[in-house]
Design a protein around this ligand. Structure first.
Ligand code: NAD
Length: 467
């Protein structure tokens, strides 16, 4: 994101920064570049609003249900703006808006359970749950609305107030979402702030924030944890992934190829839980490469607003440069592009869907997180080698195993060191399930009841059973 003084354009509301359409590479609008010193007032107001919001669970449920309906009613506008600034096909933006509303509705009806501790002593000890206070939600650009809702819906349902900061690459749909929600929620219960760094860093370290819930890269996650440490705020970190798909020797390649392709390439591969490496038995390797490369060569790539588009542009210029560099590195090291391998000519941030073979196992496209439309397919001879390789990076978000014998596939999936392991599909998530990465992929748990409790603290009331 450019941050030079020259980019700072005075606008209607003070300093603003340009927002670029990745399908054209041109700025099409601006967003307020809020300054860190504005956060004191924002957090103070969020604290002030907390008193009323925490007091009445029934009113919260009602307001969150209204909020879900308001998001659906604004669905077309939200989806078009999301596609414009993020690049994804319009149908995917519509699905993202629908999931945003679904999250609000799901958490609206979720409540923590009071528990009695029964341990034989003549006391009545009860565990109740209390909200934490103002929560900072900081999110990336790949699913701006859905990931924001994954944070603010449980935080609000638990009785906290929220200050939400989107990525400066995708501020506009979130600002619109903020104004849609403002009509359904009491004032200052949810505030959207937009701006370039150090806004996020200052928010993470703000002494008035009691929980920092962050989704983004591992390196920024470390900085956020350090910043939150200053005020000992709770942190929940949902970080990068390098998910492996391990194909077993009884896999039916024809049957799974479509699912596997989209598990890697949906949202142009910019999914934390995308398949980022495929391990195929040596005997089937050529067939797997061929099946994936065929799809990569024939999928319709274009602007997200074009109804024929299945794959949009890469979301922003730095990410495109990163993908190009990581791909060229692999090709220079002896990898071969069975499909793609290069940027597409013309305006916008388009990269040809790429399937790589003959990739050295130590190449950054295998060991790191490419986060783009580039997929290495690696052969293995012994299953143990594939499992060791799948587990052999610093990441541990998700993983999958693909085969015909489901019990055997599940037994292999059990061996993956990650938060979620799938059989014969990848990245399918229910609102009710916990979501947690291991190793560098995260700290804390989001999703379902676990996500609600992640925004609460236990409060124990202990008294004699009788006076
Ligand atoms: P990023 O870490 O660069 O930025 C994420 C957010 O943090 C943005 O809002 C950014 O403005 C803000 N930020 C930047 N520096 C900050 C700082 N010092 N303090 C506080 N906030 C700061 O990530 P990105 O490039 O926007 O997103 C891509 C990454 O997000 C990938 O690594 C991807 O795997 C990860 N991700 C993880 C999940 C998950 O659930 N585990 C989901 C989606 C994306």
């Amino acid at each position: 994101m450019p941050t030079s003084e020259a980019d700072r354009v005075p606008g209607r509301l003070g300093i603003r920064f340009p927002v670029v359409d990745p399908a054209t590479g041109e700025a099409f609008d601006e967003a307020p570049d809020q300054q860190p010193d504005e956060l004191d007032g924002v957090v103070d107001r969020a604290y002030g609003a907390w008193r009323g919001w925490r007091a009445d669970p029934a009113a919260r449920t009602a307001a969150l249900r209204v909020a879900a309906g308001a998001v659906e009613a604004a669905g077309d506008d939200l989806a078009r703006l999301l596609t414009r600034e993020q690049g994804k096909p319009l149908a995917e933006s519509c699905a993202e808006v629908a999931r945003t509303a679904a999250r609000l509705r799901y958490f609206a009806d979720l409540a923590p359970r009071t528990r009695r501790i029964v341990d034989g002593r003549p006391v009545r000890s009860e565990v109740r749950w209390r909200p934490l206070g103002p929560v900072a939600a900081i999110v990336p650009w790949n699913f701006p609305l859905q990931l924001a809702a994954a944070k603010f819906a449980p935080a609000l349902a638990a009785g906290n107030t929220v200050v939400l900061k989107p990525s400066p690459f995708t501020p506009l749909a979130t600002r619109l979402l903020g104004s849609v929600l403002a009509a359904a929620l009491p004032e200052d219960v949810l505030t959207v702030v937009t701006g370039r760094e150090p806004l996020g860093a200052r928010l993470a370290s703000h002494p008035g924030i009691r929980h920092v819930t962050f989704t983004g890269s591992v390196s920024t996650g470390r900085a956020v944890a350090e910043a939150a440490g200053a005020s000992l705020a709770r942190v929940t970190l949902e970080l990068g992934g390098n998910d492996a798909a391990v194909l077993l020797d009884d896999v039916d390649v024809d049957r799974i190829a479509d699912r596997l392709f989209w598990a890697a390439f949906r949202n142009c591969g910019q999914v934390c839980m995308a398949v980022k490496r495929v391990y195929a038995p040596a005997r089937l390797h050529a067939e797997v490469v061929e099946a994936l490369a065929h799809r990569a060569k024939t999928v319709t790539v274009g602007a997200g607003l074009d109804p024929d588009t299945r794959l949009g542009p890469v979301s922003n210029a730095p990410q495109l440069a990163r993908i190009e560099q990581i791909t060229q590195h692999a090709l220079a090291d002896g990898a071969r592009a069975a499909a793609g391998g290069h940027r597409l000519d013309g305006p916008g941030y388009f990269f040809a869907p790429t399937v790589l073979t003959d990739v050295p196992p130590g190449a950054p496209v295998v060991t790191g997180e490419q986060f783009g439309p580039v997929l290495p397919v690696l052969p293995y001879r012994k299953l143990d080698e594939a499992v060791d390789a799948a587990n052999g990076t610093g990441f541990g978000l998700g993983g999958s195993v693909w085969g015909t014998d489901l019990d055997r596939a599940e037994a292999v999936a059990e061996r993956l060191e990650c938060g979620t392991a799938w059989v014969n599909h990848h990245a399918e998530l229910s609102l009710a399930q916990p979501f947690a990465g291991v190793k560098d992929s995260g700290v804390g748990v989001a999703g379902g009841l676990w996500g609600l409790y992640g925004n609460l603290r236990p409060f124990v009331v202990h008294r004699p059973q009788e006076g």
